[in-house]
Design a protein around this ligand. Structure first.
Ligand code: GLV
Ligand code: MN
Ligand code: MN
Length: 444
């Protein structure tokens, strides 16, 4: 953990300068053309990818020393791009580029900079770094717009550490559930303790909340994490909606015992029970093309070769493009788990750790992204997102839009995740095009 924890800038301190009052560094007037923007983005993605808790893979989780290091780096890039930058009360990094007048409402851009375990380097950081690159390019050209731009690097989107996701964006949207402060990571550290150790005050999370009046819209560029754009031969696409998701934490309580003496028919083996549940859930979801069910974590206790597992814990992540369908599927999975537990003499405990409904991207933003894609010379393709994104939380305070960028083989949440330089360039050019042609939604 960080030996010299620092506080979020101005967290809980109402006398601190408003984020609307940031200054900028000096300006020069050269133009960035061709692949130069893409190349600088790839270099920054590589730089961020070197910040990992492991030497052999990329893992950067919420409130870790690597979170701090990455935040400091992103903040320095924001400042280099001419933004006033700060960390907020949950550990998000926020940069602000004023418009042609101070204190104008902002077009919000961003994505997350935490990762899953053994991650690829593009999921999240591409959106953060591309947004900063767009601002850097505007500033190089001395261009101010009739609105401000804010870029947020969200501190936790993946939810790896505390089994509860979108923590950064929910804090901004004012939907952070304080009950999650008592969740513990696998080392038994509570979120409350982790925040304090990081130098943030859990009682001040409310200071991260932003008002709808501060924003005109939220726009996120993200890798597709699926194979559609590649199959269509397109570098970019317009996102129509983000699928909803439910996450469960299931505990089965059985009875530990001696592996060599307890007859097989007399056991209450909690791990064998979990195995049966997992296969049943997989079979439920395999029959249904519109359903995605994943058990990504399983633990057995006490965890010894010669001891019958007395307790098992596993997670379930269930998604569908239709909320109704997902909720029905979750109820069926819960009934299945309860039935298997009963048949095996196990006591089940099922906790919902995350619930998020489908989030549509606003039609007017989809139209502006489509126009930018067409202006950049590409066919426009609209597609839904099966993966979750910070926009799901931010939609509570402003309309959201998303641009997808092709990734090789549709691979994500894996070290093989890759985006070609040309596609990075196409993506950032589309983002910059949307920004420069952005028109706020007309009243009515
Ligand atoms: C985030 O990557 C998610 O969809 O779980
Ligand atoms: Mn992800
Ligand atoms: Mn992501």
């Amino acid at each position: 953990m960080d030996p010299t924890p620092i506080r979020a800038d101005g967290a809980c301190d109402r006398s601190a300068p408003s984020p609307l009052e940031g200054g900028t560094k000096g300006m020069t007037a050269t133009t960035t053309i061709g692949t130069a923007l893409g190349e600088s983005i790839v270099a920054q993605i590589d730089r961020l990818a070197s910040i990992s808790e492991s030497e052999t893979d990329l893992t950067r989780i919420f409130l870790s020393p690597e979170h701090r290091q990455a935040a400091d780096l992103i903040r320095s890039w924001m400042e280099d791009a001419g933004m006033a930058a700060r960390m907020d009360a949950i550990g998000n990094v926020i940069g602000r580029y004023e418009g042609d007048q101070p204190k104008l409402p902002a077009l919000l851009l961003g994505s997350h900079y935490d990762t899953v375990r053994n991650a690829g380097k593009w999921d999240g950081p591409l959106g953060v770094v591309s947004a900063i690159a767009c601002v850097a390019d505007l500033r190089r050209r001395g261009k101010r717009l009739p609105f401000a731009i804010e870029v947020i690097g969200f501190a936790d989107e993946e939810g790896v550490r505390f089994n509860s996701t979108l923590l950064g964006s929910r804090a901004v949207a004012g939907t952070f559930d304080k009950a999650v402060l008592s969740s513990r990571d696998h080392n038994g550290i509570s979120m409350q303790e982790a925040l304090q150790h990081f130098g943030l005050d859990p009682d001040c999370i409310g200071a991260a909340v932003r008002a709808p009046s501060e924003y005109l819209a939220y726009l996120e560029l993200h890798i597709e994490q699926g194979p559609v754009l590649e199959a269509e031969g397109l570098p970019v696409g317009v996102v129509t909606a983000i699928s909803g998701a439910t996450r469960l934490l299931v505990t089965l309580e059985g009875k530990a015992g001696h592996a060599g003496t307890v007859p097989m028919t007399m056991r209450r083996d909690a791990l064998a029970g979990a195995a049966e549940c997992i296969i049943a859930i997989e079979s439920q979801c395999r029959k249904d093309i519109n359903l995605f069910g994943t058990v990504g974590v399983i633990r057995a206790e006490p965890g010894a070769t010669n001891v019958i597992p007395g307790r098992s814990t596993f997670t379930l992540d269930m998604r569908s493009a239709s909320d109704e369908h997902r909720l029905q599927a979750v109820s069926l999975a819960v009934r299945t788990i309860e039935k298997i537990a009963q048949d095996r003499g196990l006591a089940p405990q099922i906790k919902v750790t995350y619930e998020q409904r489908r989030t549509p991207c606003a039609d007017w933003l989809q139209a502006q992204v489509s126009s930018a894609i067409a202006r950049q010379g590409f066919r426009t393709l609209s597609l839904p997102s099966g993966a979750g994104h910070d926009g799901m939380a931010i939609a509570e305070i402003t309309d959201i839009g998303m641009i997808f960028v092709r990734c090789r083989g549709g691979i994500s949440h894996h070290p093989d995740e890759h985006v070609a330089l040309d596609d990075v360039t196409s993506g950032v050019n589309v983002l910059l095009d949307v920004i420069e042609h952005f028109e706020p939604k007309r009243a009515g």
